[in-house]
Design a protein around this ligand. Structure first.
Ligand code: THU
Length: 132
């Protein structure tokens, strides 16, 4: 599957976003090395700390179903179609990094410009399980 297709899946996942507080919808799609796809959307909570980003929802779905071999994760927000890339937040970067230092982050718009970054590039000098 190419990056454009994965991004399109993330765009479709965005429609399930539960975001009554921010009204900012985000969708994500994880692609595993084995070719499986897991989607996620942001899920908000009246107690704001309970909110989960789309990326973590997608990663947790993959891992909780036995798929830790994450190759890529595509992310799409409500304004991704206006040439505004969305980048994973700090917590999500750390969670993504947990499952692979070479995981690729795909952003942009499936019908426009598509970008790819390495998670190591977005989370340099990271804290890992080897640090304690
Ligand atoms: N959000 C994500 O789902 N992913 C990101 O990368 C950034 C932020 C969500 C969390 C919250 O529901 C809304 O966007 C506003 O922060």
């Amino acid at each position: 599957m190419d990056n454009r297709e994965l991004l399109e899946i993330a765009e479709n996942a965005r429609k399930f976003s539960y975001s009554p507080y921010s009204k900012f919808r985000v969708g994500a799609a994880v692609l595993t090395e084995g070719g499986k796809v897991f989607t996620g959307c942001n899920i908000e909570c009246a107690s704001f700390g309970g909110t989960n980003c789309a990326e973590r929802v997608a990663v947790f779905k993959a891992v909780s179903e036995g798929h830790r071999d994450i190759a890529k994760i595509a992310i799409s927000s409500d304004n991704s179609e206006e040439d505004k890339q969305i980048f994973p937040c700090g917590i999500c970067r750390q969670v993504i990094f947990e499952f692979g230092m070479d995981i690729k982050i795909v952003t942009g718009y499936s019908k426009g410009k598509v970008f790819e970054y390495g998670i190591g590039e977005l989370l340099p000098h990271s804290f890992t399980g080897d640090d304690f």
